[in-house]
Every structure is written in C-alpha cells, then in structure tokens.
Ligand binder design. Structure first.
Ligand code: PEP
Length: 245
C-alpha cells in the first residue's frame, strides 16, 4: 500500500512563474511507494497535471452550483482531474468554518467523486485527556451518516493544531501518535462499523519534515502525511521524500 504524501501549499507560491518551476522540479523527484498529492491554490491546480503527481485542492465550495460568486465547486475540481480535497483545515475553521459546513463539504466532495482529506485535531493536549472527548465528538459529528459505499474514499488527517509548524512546538511524539491513531480507529469502528472503518486511511500532519517522517510512519503508524511548510520548497520536499524511501 502506498504512502500518501499530501502537500498543502496554502497561499504559496505567489507567482505563476514559481508555481511552474516548483511543479516541474517536484515532478522529477523519484519516490517509489509514495503517492505525491499536490494541493496547490485553486489558480495553480491545473498545472499539477503531470504523470508523477496527483492533483489535489485545499478546499471546495459548500454549494453544488449556481449564484455563488467566487466559489469553486466539487464538480469543477473533479472535471479538472482533481482526486483529493483537504477539508476542515484549522486555518479554514479559524475563518468561521464549523462542523456543519465541513460535513456538507464532505458530502459535496464525495458526490462529485473526490476523496476528502478531513483534518481533525485538538487545539491543545490537556493532562486530563479531555482532548480524547473532543476527538470522539468531532469524528461522530463529521462521519455519522456518510454512505457506506463512500467510506473507503475518506482520508482522516489527524493534525493536532498545536503541532502545526506555525505554532513552533514541533511534531507529536511518534509513540503518542500511535496511541492517538489507535483511538481514532476505535472511534471510527463505533461510528461506521468495523469493516468500513478499516478501509479509511489515517495520516498525520504537523511539523513533518525529513528528520521525523520515517519515525512517524514506523513508530507512529501513520499511513501518510499532510505537509505544509516542508512541501512548499522543492529542495525540502525532496529531502522529505528521500527520507522515507
Ligand atoms: C498544515 O498546516 O496542514 C501543516 C501540516 O503544516 P506544517 O507541515 O507546516 O506543520
């Protein structure tokens, strides 16, 4: 089974010229056993159409079509060849996106044929373990009622907000990650049933780079990564990809 490497370019790069150059550079990186999914800003998404890369997007409209100025719909993305879409990222939640909206977007993405990469993660780790309750609620409310036939398309990105590189706290300890992923898998068993839950991929995001990626897979048990900073510079991305060969 190949490792998912989902690059979240966020609002970078800031020119077409650099986007073309970066895509060309990363398309040449050899990474056997790794699926390289590039989630570029909407305007650069079509440039990602390269044989060695998979097209992704960073968000999708909550609407299916119609009079919604500025929106990009799931069907539009699918028609471009996009396969994955990041949903529920903490940076979008900060802009006001709530669980109801995310749930609606999951449904739009699935109906259009896109695989949603749904971000879940606590703001902080409290010593009483209250974050477990938060994760349980989050998973129940986002995935309850998703049609069984679509569950194998879902990717859960466990991304503790405190571990994102902008917080400067570093990545999660791989052993703690393993515990948390087991917990997430168990909750998903409760939400969708054993057979279905085992089809869902669970990846990790938060300060992943060439120094920690291998351990995150080996000790942490993640099935892939959601990567921000280390995916936005081709040289760093190459180091990261080589580190997990
Ligand atoms: C992210 O924001 O999705 C992310 C994983 O960022 P970083 O890798 O920079 O921590």
């Amino acid at each position: 089974m190949s490792i998912l490497m989902i690059a979240n370019w966020k609002a970078t790069p800031d020119s077409l010229k650099v986007a073309i150059k970066n895509i060309s550079l990363i398309s040449k990186i050899s990474s056997p056993g790794v699926s390289k999914i590039i989630c570029a800003p909407f305007v650069f998404v079509p440039l990602v159409k390269q044989r060695s890369l998979i097209m992704g997007a960073q968000d999708v409209s909550v609407f299916s079509e119609g009079a919604h100025t500025g929106e990009v719909t799931a069907k539009m993305l699918f028609s471009l060849g996009v396969k994955y879409v990041i949903l529920g990222h903490s940076e979008r939640r900060k802009m006001g996106e709530d669980r109801e909206i995310i749930k609606e977007k999951i449904s739009r993405a699935l109906s259009a044929g896109l695989a949603p990469v749904v971000c879940v993660g606590e703001k902080e780790r409290d010593s009483d373990g209250e974050f477990f309750g938060f994760l349980r609620e989050e998973l129940h409310s986002l995935f309850k009622g998703v049609p069984k036939k679509n569950l194998s398309k879902i990717v859960i990105a466990y991304e503790p907000i405190w571990a994102i590189s902008t917080e400067n706290k570093g990545a999660i300890d791989p052993h703690i990650l393993r515990e948390t992923l087991v917990f997430i898998r168990k909750i998903m068993h409760d939400v969708v049933g054993n057979k279905e839950a085992s089809k869902i991929k669970i990846i990790y995001g938060g300060s992943v780079d060439h120094r920690n990626a291998k351990e995150i897979i080996k000790e942490g048990g993640a099935e892939g990564f959601l990567v921000g900073k280390a995916s936005q510079t081709p040289a760093l991305f190459e180091k990261l990809l080589k580190s997990i060969r």
